[in-house]
Design a protein around this ligand. Structure first.
Ligand SMILES: C[S@@+](CC[C@H](N)C(=O)[O-])C[C@H]1O[C@@H](n2cnc3c(N)ncnc32)[C@H](O)[C@@H]1O
Length: 359
């Protein structure tokens, strides 16, 4: 079993993304989830999971409990060790320095030597206390007391695990304003990575963004190994997306995630009349224009989104749609089932709705 350390503000969304890299994901406390198995390369490409560790055990969020757990645990490892502790959102008040020192001493007592710089094995200790909100759509909240229905409940958790995989935190180098081609309204690379992972981006998969804008979604999908296709109604965007994709995907140096970057094709096109045969892509992701965005070429916004949803359904079995409103009924009318829905507050006047759709 594995311990996942979630990042960001929205654990349900983070857990949904983690399912692209792990099986049996269920949240057990704020910022923490468990998984049955992980794919370490895919964990490297996650946006909202920081680490996956081989679970040693879990208990309640006190240092005494953590000590008791480590004392009793069987450890089939050899080599040097280090302990790193974290207190999620400062919720437990446990001193992480003291936890690192005392748990490190327990390992020394059991014959291990400590190497803080380059340990052979790093023990992650995660303390967390707080309420996990029941989210009817995420489907990944661990039921309490063996019951069928998960409920909102306060959880006090300490989980210990040996670090197995970490996500690559290089998103800052792809902030919209860092890109060779920038336009206002470009998607943040963390969100773009998460939605492409949810849509199924990985080596061997093909991901389409039919309204690709600056190519933010395509760059993130290509970096986790997917082959990507983009269209946009504006030639300016097509040129700009090509510039960005050349910059981030056509590189000689080895890829940080450990998979080859995907191939890409971008052309001018109308999302409501895609120049693609039926069922040729694995997942569609698009960021619908917002009500106040002016460049909606030739279509009313409603017709554009409905037409794009129908075309997405024709070419792919899954889609993720990001917008400033829900569009759930338009998605159902286009033949999609709603697998999950998330609301992500960007700032006071902008909430992004993320719909996860499947055929
Ligand atoms: C919100 S932006 C996409 C932003 C993009 N995700 C990014 O990171 O840059 C929406 C895009 O839809 C494009 N668009 C509008 N109508 C379209 C249509 N009928 N077909 C294809 N693209 C269209 C616009 O030109 C714009 O680039």
């Amino acid at each position: 079993m594995y311990l996942l350390e979630l990042g960001g503000e929205d654990d349900a969304f983070a857990a949904r993304e983690a399912r692209s890299a792990a099986t049996g994901v269920r949240r057990i406390g704020p910022g923490i989830a468990l998984a049955n198995a992980i794919d370490p390369v895919r964990v490297r490409g996650l946006a909202y999971t920081h680490r996956a560790s081989d679970l040693l055990g879990r208990t309640d969020a006190t240092l005494d409990s953590a000590r008791a757990l480590l004392e009793a645990a069987s450890i089939d490892r050899e080599g040097t060790v280090a302990v790193r502790a974290t207190d999620v959102h400062g919720s437990t008040g446990v001193s992480t320095e003291r936890a690192e020192r005392e748990l490190g001493q327990l390992l020394v007592d059991r014959g291990f030597s400590v190497d803080l710089e380059e340990p052979d094995h790093l023990l992650r200790v995660v303390f967390s206390d707080g309420t996990i909100e029941r989210d009817p759509d995420d489907g990944v909240l661990e039921p309490l007391d063996g019951g069928d229905e998960p409920v909102d409940e306060r959880r006090s958790v300490c989980a210990l695990g040996w670090l197995a995989a970490e996500s690559v935190r290089d998103f800052g180098t792809r902030a919209p304003t860092e890109k060779p081609f920038f336009q206002p309204g470009s998607m943040d690379p963390l969100l773009a990575r998460a939605v492409t992972n949810i849509a199924g981006a990985r080596s061997g998969a093909t991901i389409l963004d039919p309204m690709c804008g600056t190519g933010g979604v395509l760059v993130e999908a290509g970096l986790v190994g997917a082959d990507v296709i983009g269209t946009d109604a504006q030639s300016k965007m097509v040129r700009g997306a090509r510039e960005n994709l050349t910059h981030y995907l056509d590189r000689d140096e080895s890829a940080p995630i450990g998979v080859d970057r995907g191939t890409w094709h971008v052309g001018r096109g109308d999302a409501t009349r895609l120049p693609l045969a039926d069922d040729v892509v694995d997942g569609v992701v698009f960021d619908a224009p917002y009500g106040r965005q002016s460049k909606i070429e030739t279509h009313r916004l409603e017709d554009l989104v409905s037409g794009a949803l129908s075309e997405a359904r024709r070419v792919a079995p899954r889609a993720v749609v990001i917008a400033d409103r829900s569009w759930a009924s338009a998605a159902r009318e286009a033949g999609w089932g709603i697998e999950a829905a998330f609301e992500r507050r960007v700032h006071r006047s902008l909430t992004r709705y993320v719909l996860v759709l499947s055929a």
